[in-house]
Design a protein around this ligand. Structure first.
Ligand code: CP
Length: 308
């Protein structure tokens, strides 16, 4: 298994064995991510963090991951302060950034932009989210969270709830869970259903898929994965208004769930999980957020060839 020099564009670029290998490397990174151990593993390496779209978790956890391993970070979070303002193309920005660094992490609003950047760059490109396309590192940290919280991924029943149409994390996650043979329930307002091709692909991979429009009968669910309605991706603001606030997890929702059912959310949340759920044993979303650091440490160390 060789990750050195590889781009991370889509979860589909990785086999199940490769995903499990990344999770095992991430597990070893946890004490360093918690600052219980110190590391100089990436001393002398530079990561360029190019964020053309807002982010809190992805950008900060990548930067924390690089720094926890002794590496350095350059980049921008506001493209308005760069020569993109003067009309520089993405291709030229990538060619420039790669001459200053060893690996590029990029978030961009345009679907396909990460794959395009990878065609121009010699250094590895890690996709931090490309429009409604892919968010592979989120997918890996989601899998890591289920693996850590539940002991294994196989055989669990997962419900994906919310904006399954525009939410890029759930498209990647549905595919990855199907790879692990996980049966899923897709719950969303009718306007925000999982794209048919994703449903069909999962079924073809041999897993059972239920499609529902209401949050009922979740008593057999092991993981409830909640997503925000992606307001910024609606072509028509009126369409957003029709579905805004159409589902919400609160203490009442949790009355008939499994004792050990966990709630995950890629965050940010708006109003789809009531804050009083945070104090319950079901809330796993802030542990999930932390898991972004060891998973991204593992990816950086693997693609830079410092860890095999
Ligand atoms: N989960 C996630 O991608 O969060 P950010 O948009 O804050 O990076």
């Amino acid at each position: 298994m060789n990750f050195k020099g590889r781009d991370v564009i889509s979860i589909k670029d990785f086999s199940k064995d490769e995903i499990l290998h990344i999770l095992k490397v991430a597990e070893k990174m946890v004490p360093i991510a918690r600052s219980d151990e110190k590391s100089k593993m990436l001393d002398g390496y530079i990561m360029a963090s190019l964020f053309f779209e807002p982010s809190t978790r992805t950008r900060l956890s990548f930067e924390a991951a690089m720094k926890r391993l002794g590496g350095n970070v350059i980049g921008f979070a506001q493209p308005g302060t760069t020569s993109i303002q003067k009309g520089e193309t993405l291709a030229d920005t990538i060619r420039t950034a790669e001459s200053y660094c060893d690996v590029i992490v990029m978030r961009h609003p345009k679907e396909g932009s990460a794959r395009m950047a990878a065609e121009f760059a010699e250094v590895p490109i890690i996709n931090g989210g490309d429009g409604a396309g892919h968010h592979p590192t989120q997918c890996l940290l989601d899998l890591f969270t289920i693996w850590k919280e539940k002991g294994k991924i196989e055989g669990k029943k997962v419900a994906l709830l919310g904006d399954l149409k525009y939410g890029r994390t759930v498209h990647s996650l549905a595919y990855a869970l199907a790879l692990f043979g996980v049966d899923m329930v897709f719950i969303s307002p009718p306007e925000l259903q999982m794209p048919k091709e994703v449903v069909e692909e999962c079924k073809e991979m041999g897993v059972n898929i239920e499609v529902k429009s209401t949050l009922e009968d979740i008593g057999d669910i092991d993981v409830l994965y909640v997503t925000r309605i992606q307001k910024e991706r609606f072509p028509d603001p009126e369409e957003y208004k029709k579905v805004a606030g159409s589902y919400r997890i609160d203490l009442h929702t949790l009355k008939n769930v499994k004792e050990d059912m966990i709630i995950m959310h890629p965050l940010p949340r708006v109003d789809e999980i009531s804050p009083d759920v945070d104090a319950t044993k079901h809330a796993a979303y802030f542990r999930q957020t932390f898991n972004g650091v060891p998973v991204r440490m593992a990816l950086l160390a693997l693609v830079l060839g410092v860890v095999k």
